[in-house]
Design a protein around this ligand. Sequence first.
Ligand SMILES: [Zn+2]
Ligand SMILES: [Zn+2]
Length: 267
Amino acid sequence: MKLWVLSDNNTLIDRYFLGEPAVSYYIEADGLRILFDTGYSDVFWKNAQALGLSLNGLSHIVLSHGHNDHTGGLALLAQERDLTHVQLVCHPRCLLPRWYEADEIGPPESGAILSLCQYRPSAQPLFLSKNCVFLGEIPVSHSFEQRRPLGRVLLDGTQQPDLLLDDSALAIRTGEGLFIVTGCSHSGICNIVSYACAVCGDSRVAGIIGGFHLPRVNSRVEKTAEFLASLHPGPLYPCHCVSLAAKCRLMRSLDVREVGSGMCIQL
Ligand SMILES: [Zn+2]
Ligand SMILES: [Zn+2]
């Protein structure tokens, strides 16, 4: 498995890529070529070009959830590349319009995009290949990670509190265990990891990259650190919506690595 960071909040010294508060990864695994999230703007595209990644011949676009810092680049990709044979995988609620206070924070208008690719919505785990699975809707299995509404989503013609049921992740089986790729982990990073292990029948975690949704140090971070440490995972790459203070707390008991645009992880 090989993963390139196309868009991240952070940039790395002497690596001249662009950053923005967003997520986009390009993943080659199990014969698949996956674009996981598309960032907020054209940054994922520019960084892919700078890395020499054409994003031609994608097998899948996987969207972690519908927020615009994960889906904003979709329209650009649809303009630049033929997506006729590309499967767009996400939760059925992912592409619904959403708002936070007065701001629109949902995906770009998706009607035209869906007609250009093969739309594969799934609330159930969906194996993209033998060893790579989109997890679908994440059940709550840790009491400290209950769902809380964030903004509003358009459901049945009315704006309703958004529980972000669409927030999901990707799990890839490797020889060393699961490598888990998250967007924002609104569903809870521990809920996601537990579900990935159950779906894949493997309790070994080789690594995790993505947002863990830990903006501050509180009891949730303590419990997250305790749970993750109990799994004895490989390197963790918490980024995007994880504060420096929360990373420092995780680092006390876990192997936490830095993330930045342009970096590559290979397992
Ligand atoms: Zn989000
Ligand atoms: Zn986000």
